[in-house]
Design a protein around this ligand. Structure first.
Ligand code: GLN
Length: 490
């Protein structure tokens, strides 16, 4: 396998494919080899080698015929909650372990229509519940920067595979931070677009009022290209917005930093934030100021309540969405003595601890007598959070803040303390609750002993302003200089 090929950016790889300097088959074989070389990281639940080679051959034929799509021959990874027709889709749960969907999610259908190649289905926290990748029923994903640490979650395999050069980009989903936080933990670019920007058709549902598809890549330009491909209205998902998809790639390079108003929300620079992360984020903001941007201190007072409100709303929706896994229609079935016992046996065997915890919390919060105290209250907090963001975006163009309060931690370090893991999402959950777009871009590294770990800068924008975030992240990449994830053999 040629290291020179797999470490290209997606944009570079596509230009070499277009100029026929490399073939899609050659590129795909190199990526498949790399994916196998880093198998110890547990990135993929399935490497779809035959499918990948078939799609690569089709891409080569399309290049020869002069009708290649925008992503023709580009090897990508898919979070294992996007349904892929004829290919297992497990959501990293024993419940769905044997499930082979009969249809394709809209997001993946768009990627294949553009000519992309499916390297495989990526590991994740079970049903996207988690922030470390440790809740997968098929073992934790490891962080390519230090294999003894978590890569973040729930899109753990997506982030880690992109960082480890096992694919050029990947899909993810973000309900409360599952794209941005693992992007931060792996030194990749991750963008969660505005709620409604992408279709959720064919995505295994966790919390439907929060779930949103997005992408991981090693550069902002690559992320823009991938997001542009998967976004857009879909008649199969009535929550997808009937808006035209802007030309985000074409708009890159247009950021005007002079007079740009960058808000620094004080609730995101708290004591619980690792000072090394704080310094890196502030240094990035100051670098923008040196280019003529104005730094504005702002306040989003309801921020401290976002995690608590999220852990009512998300489990409530999850309890409802996961009621369908009962051993009857599809997925795992463990026979019992009669209907109820079969339900109980199937759900007991099929779901992991975190999923069960959320189903119990969700059903409790929705039960009569508690509904107003918990669910209604949480929804009121959600409205406050959204209103505060709207008010702040009348004063500033964008918010800069840390993506996560801590550096990637050791596997197992928080496994027995769900609440401390929940707090890892304190900076990503608020934008999710408000449905706003958020992006994480690497802004530096930290050192723990002789281990180097990445730090993410989060940018949050007003609704439908993904383009602004992508432009600013790319402007930041130019100010920052090259940032590469380590190419290691484990
Ligand atoms: N870590 C958060 C949770 O466990 C967010 C997950 C997500 O965005 N899917 O719910």
């Amino acid at each position: 396998m040629s290291r020179a090929i797999v470490t290209l950016s997606a944009t570079q790889a596509l230009s070499k494919l277009r100029s026929k300097e490399i073939s899609a088959t050659e590129l795909t074989k190199a990526v498949l080899e790399r994916a196998k070389q880093v198998q110890v990281l547990n990135l993929f639940l399935e490497i779809t080698e035959a499918k990948a080679l078939e799609q690569a051959a089709a891409a080569d034929a399309a290049y020869a015929a002069g009708n290649a799509g925008t992503l023709a021959g580009l090897p990508l990874g898919i979070k294992d909650l996007f349904c892929t027709a004829g290919i297992k889709t497990t959501a990293a749960s024993k419940m769905l372990a044997p499930f082979v969907p009969a249809y394709e999610s809209t997001v993946t259908a768009k990627l294949w229509a553009a000519g992309a190649v499916n390297v495989g289905k990526l590991n994740m926290d079970e049903f996207a519940m988690g922030g470390s990748g440790e809740n997968s029923a098929f073992g934790p994903t490891r962080n390519p920067w230090d294999a003894s640490r978590v890569p973040g979650g729930s899109s753990s395999g997506s982030a880690a595979a992109v960082a480890a050069y096992a694919c050029f980009g990947a899909t993810g989903s973000d309900t409360g931070g599952s794209i941005r936080q693992p992007a931060s933990f792996t030194g990749t670019v991750g963008i969660k677009p505005t709620y409604g920007r992408c279709s959720r058709f064919g995505m295994v549902a966790f919390a439907s009022s929060l779930d949103q598809a997005g992408v991981f890549a090693r550069t902002t330009a690559d992320a823009a290209l991938l997001l542009q491909t998967i976004a857009g209205h879909d008649p199969n998902d009535s929550t997808s917005a009937p808006l035209a998809v802007p030309n985000w790639v074409g708009e890159l390079g247009q950021a005007n930093l002079k007079g740009l108003k960058i808000g620094l929300p004080k609730e995101y620079f708290i004591d619980a934030l690792n000072p090394v992360i704080k310094d890196a984020v502030m240094a990035a903001a100051k670098r923008f100021a040196a280019e003529g941007a104005e730094l504005v201190d702002v306040s989003l007072p309801s921020t401290p309540y976002a995690v608590a409100a999220y852990y009512i709303v998300a489990p409530a929706e999850a309890a409802s969405n996961l009621a369908r896994y009962d051993g009857m229609r599809y997925g795992l079935r463990v026979e019992g003595n009669g209907l109820i016992e079969t339900y109980i046996n199937s759900r007991t065997a099929g779901f992991g601890d975190e999923v069960k915890r959320r189903i119990m919390v969700g059903n409790y919060a929705l039960s009569s007598g508690y509904y107003d105290a918990y669910y209604t209250k949480a929804m009121q907090v959600r409205t406050l959070i959204a209103n505060e963001f709207d008010a702040v975006f009348k004063q500033v163009d964008v918010l800069f803040c840390p993506t996560a309060p801590s550096l990637p931690f050791k596997i197992g370090a928080k496994a027995n303390d769900p609440v401390s893991l929940y707090l890892e999402d304190a900076f990503t959950i608020p934008a999710s609750m408000a449905g706003l777009p958020g992006l994480s871009v690497p802004c530096g590294t930290a050192h723990e002993g002789d281990v180097t770990l990445p730090i993410g800068l989060q940018m949050i924008g007003p609704r439908w302003q993904e383009g602004r975030l992508l432009q600013l992240a790319q402007a930041w990449e130019q100010l920052r200089g090259t940032f590469t994830t380590p190419f290691k053999i484990y």
